[in-house]
Design a protein around this ligand. Sequence first.
Ligand code: 0RA
Length: 633
Amino acid sequence: MQDYTGEQIEVLRGLEAVRKRPGMYIGNTAERGLHQLVYEVVDNAVDEALAGCCRNIRVVLYKDGSCSVEDDGRGIPIDIHAEEKLPAVEVAMTLLHAGGKFGKGGYKVSGGLHGVGVSVVNALSEWMVTRVHRDGWLYEIRFERGVTSQKLKRLSRAEGTGTIQHFKPDPQVFETLDFSWKILEARLRELAFLNRGLSIILRDERPDEGPRERGYMYEGGIVSFVEWLNENKESLTPVISTNGERDGVDVECALQWQDGYNEVVYAYANNINTIEGGMHLTGFRTAISGKVNEYARKRGMLKESEANLSTDDCMEGLTAIISVKLQDPQFEGQTKTKLGNAKIRPIVNSLVTERLDFFLEENPKIARAIVDKCMQAQRAREAAKKARDLTRRKNVLEGSGLPGKLVDCKTTDPALSEIFLVEGDSAGGTAKGGRDPNTQAILPLRGKILNVEKARIDKMLANEEIRTMITALGAGFGDDFDVAKLRYHKIIIMTDADVDGSHIRTLLLTFFYRKMKPLIERGFVYIAQPPLYGIRKGKKQWWAFNEAELQQVFDGADPKEFTIQQFKGLGEMDAEQLAETTMEPASRRLKRVELDEAGEEAEKVFTELMGERVEPRKLFIQEYARTVRNLDL
Ligand code: 0RA
């Protein structure tokens, strides 16, 4: 029999709650939740850096599926906690919500959103080892599924201070245990940008060909972040930056206009990407439009009779990072990524206004170029509005309002409806023959659609294929896009398995990413997978989607015994074949297009592949050429 003290019972209850409903603490137990564990531990180390006590963080992924995070901070305190009568480190590791915030006078700010506490990581790990360098000693404590398995002990004399957290995610909890270099790299790079001078190293010891290691450290902080984002764009201005502290709030902004048409603005609060925006973003946007309009009027570029430039006009082609750090962040909104603290708005607004005022006065030539660009954006937007109104009116006259090329499905329930965007009229005809008319609609697209990466909104709307698509999907586009009005919840891109087909697919994805992003964020976009080969032997029929599957069909037999048809395009299949292999839900394969958290990565790839500059595209092609399969020649 063991006597449990009050706090031991509390620990066990806490652990049980976390292990019973891990989703409540880390979102889910899939890939996202798994990476959340690393973020949680890294956030603690970054907090130590924010307190000015840590310069280096090192993250290592091991072959056994474990991960360690090492920092050179002060080391988690090991003295006996007055109330719990346990070493402070044990309290932090086992008590829910004790987090890093035990003791008074902790940090000034703390990455609050994740902030579930490292005890949650401990509870969801098969084992966890915490080592602390402090007071000339190295200490160690061990846990199994959150329960202390080895009390804190002194291992050896050691110099310096710091903490090493080493944990192995529990296979009983997680569906996947495979850490992704790409996902971790994106977040660690972001953290390095957001915390100037902080060095973060990522090391992966899992690859058979040997360890892989990369370090991230930016003396320029968010200025470097903007430079990195704009690396493949033609800039119109230098990076304009400002920072300051007011009312206990730290604000940093860096911005640069480039000659593209997209607004690339990321706002952070306590290192958390506030994708829903909030007070810091509002303050920033009003500062930009206020100052640009004021300057344009003062210099007579905008006449008295003319309307103000809209905020969207002023933000066209602007790349910016806004980073605020504050004591008591209020995270609101659906995904708790909208900063609610009202006092932040005027602080950001006045800092950016002051800086921009100074910049415009000092650089009249560049200032003129900025205003010129905003006015062009305004003209394009007005032209687009006219075009839009015109199409609306035309639709009313024509009846249903749907494009004539669309072969619609019978159901009107978006959740059950699918639309196939098909390359070419002839494949469109085949798809029409093979579809299920109740749930599947067909929209044939003629040739290449416009590359929206290189076109303004007015030119976009002059493009027939784009207009047809917007009308068929029914949810508008750009700033007016409303996913609630979407007519289909599966948008399936069906192009030929050749270079032209890939190009059309990329053009479509660029359009959706730039002008209907929620489609991709909500996972409504899919790519159809037509087979590359049809194989026949006697009465038997197989389909192969790649070379390996083709070999599987042969199964060691002589390929000459089979009749093999290689499909170069959708048009080479008849309606029945296309239906069976590519369209029927029961037998087809679909790839869902997903966007991971690292939004900057996707942003950069679209610029590289579709933007004005040729050189980055060449480099991209050279880098990935080695991995290309099935290139048609
Ligand atoms: C509370 C107080 C002190 C350090 C820490 C927490 C601390 C926590 C973590 C978590 C990961 N690495 C960490 N490094 C430090 C400061 C105690 C003192 O004054 O020495």
